[in-house]
Write a protein that binds this ligand. Structure first.
Ligand code: T4K
Length: 372
């Protein structure tokens, strides 16, 4: 029997509505709706403390943060990146007139294979744009070593990696800049939203100019900036969400643990081991549908839909298969074999704080299908 109400791959956690009213009253009172108002400033400060980083610039969304990060470091020419991500990663390069150069992923982590980066470097390469896919940390030490050797910048697309830590602390400290997304589908959401994490005050300052049309003061414009600012409503939601994020992450951890238990003995269904991070955020639960499974990945995807369960194929198709990328030499299938195989097998199961045990059991039951 299909479920009465649909189950989606994610469902945003929202704090009790009553707790939002005092924030709204303050906004209505002071009429400061955007342009680095009081909630914006408080949220930046509170986020720095929560994440354990020193400099954050808030954005209207993660894509504008990515586009601006590339501008801030004056990245040009070619940038090495992964085809196994959401399309915004590579789109941010095209919006800056930069040529993406796709490098294959490591099938064990789904992240850019650091050992394949050097072969893709040309005299035009200026940066590496890796993604901590599903919040699983990239090979940050190796990537930095390559960047240092070749004089490249590193910008991490950490859209999935809110609150993730390795043994040295927040993974957002790696590289020259990291970006976050607070979209409705992310573990931490301000409806839409994003951020850039900078290593020092002067870089943050430049980014803050860039997200506000390039204004350095009332009469000075230092760059062709964009309007990328987070507004006061988003910042208020963010402040409120911070009160609940630890609880939400604990609930996610429990759901992740339960999936591992329920799915441990299903032939042809594989999931990744726990990442080697010190703190994980359980943002996604990807499974791989192997050839010994009685259904193909897409048959299984459709079977879930018939049951009113909307699992997703993150990330299929690969970015390199979209029309604006597929003619690039680096987009060829043989160059991206692991990404291609993974993309054809992956299915992301629902994971969010309010997911009920009975729904997880139903999902596990559907996965134990015996016949074609
Ligand atoms: N870099 C990476 C690696 C990213 O993954 C993303 C975004 C970005 C950069 C860009 O950051 P932003 O500019 O978005 O801040 C979603 C999101 O729209 C996108 O933000 C996200 N990555 C991507 C992985 O997933 P869709 O097309 O799958 O979204 P949609 O609308 O189908 O939502 C999925 C499910 O979530 C729905 O079936 C129901 C649920 N949902 C969704 C929304 C929007 C809700 O319950 N409430 C909602 O408000 O792209």
């Amino acid at each position: 029997m299909p479920l009465n109400s649909p189950i989606y791959v994610t469902r945003p956690f929202l704090p009790p509505l009553a707790e939002l009213y005092p924030y709204l009253e303050q906004i209505w009172e002071n009429r400061q709706l955007t342009n680095a108002g009081p909630f914006h400033q408080q949220f930046e400060q509170a986020l720095c403390e929560y994440l354990g980083v020193d400099h954050i610039s808030l954005f209207a969304n993660g894509t504008l943060a990515l586009v601006t990060a590339l501008q801030a470091l004056r990245i040009t020419g070619e940038v090495i990146t992964t085809p196994y991500s959401f399309v915004a990663t590579a789109h941010s390069l095209l919006w800056n007139g930069i040529k993406p150069v796709f490098v294959d992923i490591d099938p064990a982590t789904f992240n850019l294979d650091a050992e394949k980066i050097e072969a893709a470097i040309t005299p035009q390469t200026t940066a590496i744009l890796p993604v901590h896919v599903y919040g699983r940390p990239c090979a940050t030490d190796r990537i930095q070593q390559i960047a240092d050797t070749y004089g490249l910048k590193v910008i991490y697309d950490a859209a999935h990696a809110f609150a993730v830590e390795d043994k040295g602390g927040s993974i957002l400290r790696h590289g020259d800049l990291s970006i976050l997304s607070f979209h409705a589908t992310k573990v931490f959401t301000t409806f839409e939203g994003g951020a850039i994490i900078s290593p020092d005050e002067k870089t943050k300052k430049r980014i803050d100019y860039l997200k506000n049309f390039g204004f350095a003061d009332e009469v000075t414009v230092v760059a062709p900036g964009i309007n990328g600012k987070m507004n006061e409503f988003q910042a208020a939601i963010g402040l409120l969400q911070l009160k609940y994020i630890d609880m939400a992450l604990e609930q996610r951890a429990e759901i992740d643990r339960r999936y591992r238990e329920l799915l441990s003995d299903i032939p042809g269904i594989h999931y990744l081991p726990y990442p080697n991070s010190k703190r994980h955020n359980y943002s996604y639960f990807p499974i791989l549908v192997e050839s010994e499974y009685p259904l193909t990945r897409d048959e299984l995807y459709r079977r879930f839909r018939e049951e009113n369960i909307y699992v997703r194929r993150y990330f299929y198709p690969l970015i390199s298969d979209f029309p604006m990328y597929r003619t690039l030499p680096s987009a060829s299938k043989p160059n991206l074999q692991n990404a291609s195989i993974t993309s054809d097998k992956v299915l992301c199961l629902p994971i969010y704080p309010e997911l009920e045990v009975k729904t997880q059991k139903k999902i596990a039951m559907l996965l134990t299908v015996k016949n074609k």
